[in-house]
Design a protein around this ligand. Structure first.
Ligand code: RFL
Ligand code: PHB
Length: 396
């Protein structure tokens, strides 16, 4: 096999939102990087995931010159609905937080915008690589190795490597196990998510607690709806033909006597996602820095995963800039800085998840405690403000 030596300042593993945005933020600082990705460009641009951006994430993308389409097509939302016991209540973020909002703009679109921007500015992204390896991490010249589709093996010497390769990536596994503290929890349910060609039946997201289980009505555009149902953790998608999904969504989201109905339409994407909380600390080993899902996972109920990935690389870019100029202080503080925010979001996501889902086998005590918490949220401005400031993103 032919091996080609190379040199860059920062080697980046993973062309998800974390890796691509880091590459862009480094380029703005005049720092060169190479991004490597196991999947194809088309796969990365089509992978259905997040949809909600905190106002801080929108501001960051705007300041980085990445928001021209986001500003045209993103849908600003000033609140959410919480539904339980057959009633729907509005939580007004603008009023509760002094004007803060979230923006609905799909992760697929952010990834497309980032790939276009990187390639237009001469950025290097190698898609469909195999056998990614990172090595010599405790030296000042770590190395990133990968094979491109025509079979040539690249060995790129770097000043630092960013592991942005998601939960199943290879970078986290290169940190010696004795140095890592892993904290995790699996939840006894999963989400079945659909995309449907039908205008949303709501102006803002509906989070519904129901005796049959949780349901969420989200959206992607004025003509596309995104909906989720709580299902068994090992649920097979074959058990859920489209009509069964619509019937169950209709039951869990219905508002008796209100005249509200759920509009149905052709389903064009369907998947089941497990629910997990996971934090791996520290987020650095030598000259390897982890960012995004490579270091932490939250259940999607709080809409935090993508926002955490964006916040990590917003801290990492200046830290690497300083490190490469011979000032290691900010890089030394990177992990602690990020983990404080990660744990706040981990708590919020756990709290939203356990408040809204039906726990299999739970007794009446647990069900009543969930309802008591939900009633408190709509009775108390203090409680609603806490939800609103966490959902729109705490400023750090
Ligand atoms: P990603 O997006 O997983 O990207 C990692 C990339 O690394 C590649 N890779 C490798 N490349 C080279 N060599 C290797 N050995 C590699 N191994 C892996 C992968 O192919 C991939 O391209 O991680 P990143 O960049 O950290 O981004 C994180 C977000 O994707 C994730 O946190 C969010 O999608 C979570 N999430 C949500 N977050 C929000 O903030 N708001 C939401 O509304 C929201 N909704 C969701 C979600 C996640 C969901 N799922 C499916 C888990 C809804 C769902 C259903
Ligand atoms: C989504 O639109 O995909 C979405 C929205 C809110 C969540 C999770 C996912 O909490």
């Amino acid at each position: 096999m032919r091996t080609q030596p190379g040199r860059t300042q920062v080697g980046i593993v993973g062309a998800g939102p974390a890796g691509l945005l880091l590459s862009h933020l480094l380029a703005l600082r005049g720092i060169e990087s190479v991004v490597v990705e196991i999947r194809s460009r088309a796969y990365c641009e089509a992978r259905q995931r997040a949809g909600v951006l905190e106002d801080g994430s929108v501001r960051l993308l705007r300041e980085a010159g990445l928001a021209s389409r986001l500003d045209r097509e993103g849908l600003e939302h000033g609140g959410i609905y919480l539904q339980f016991a057959g009633e729907r209540h509005h939580i007004d973020f603008r009023k509760l937080t002094g004007g803060r909002t979230v923006t609905v703009y799909a992760q697929t679109e952010i990834v497309k915008d980032l790939i276009n921007e990187r390639l237009a500015r001469g950025g290097e992204i190698a898609f469909e690589v195999t056998d990614t390896e990172v090595d010599r991490l405790d030296s000042e010249r770590p190395v990133l190795c990968y094979t491109i589709p025509d079979g040539i093996r690249h060995e790129v010497v770097c000043d630092a490597i960013a592991g942005c390769d998601g939960f199943h990536g290879v970078c986290r596994q290169r940190i010696p196990a004795g140095l890592l503290r892993i904290t995790e929890r699996d939840y006894p349910y999963a989400w079945l998510g659909i995309l449907a060609d039908v205008p949303p039946s709501t102006d803002e997201l509906i989070y519904a607690h129901h005796p049959n289980g949780f349901a969420l009505h989200s959206l992607r555009s004025p003509t596309t709806s995104r909906l989720y149902l709580q299902v068994e953790p090992d649920e097979s998608i074959e058990n859920w033909p489209d009509q069964r999904i619509w019937d169950e969504l209709g039951r869990r989201l219905e508002l008796p006597g209100s005249g509200w109905t759920l509009k149905q339409g052709p389903v064009f994407d369907k998947s089941v996602t497990p629910m997990r909380s996971f934090v791996s600390a520290p987020m650095r080993y030598g000259r390897l820095f982890l960012a995004g899902d490579a270091a932490h996972i939250v259940p999607p109920t709080g809409a935090k995963g993508l926002n955490l990935a964006i916040s990590d690389v917003a801290v990492l870019a200046p830290a690497l800039d300083a490190l490469l100029r011979g000032e290691p202080g900010v890089a030394d503080a990177y992990s602690d800085n990020c983990l404080r925010r990660v744990w706040r979001s981990t708590h919020f996501s756990w709290w939203m998840t356990t408040m809204l889902h039906r726990t299999p086998g739970a007794d009446d005590m647990e069900a009543q405690l969930q309802l008591a918490q939900l009633r408190y949220l709509i009775q108390s401005t203090a409680a609603a403000t806490s939800l609103a400031e966490n959902y729109t993103g705490l400023r750090s």
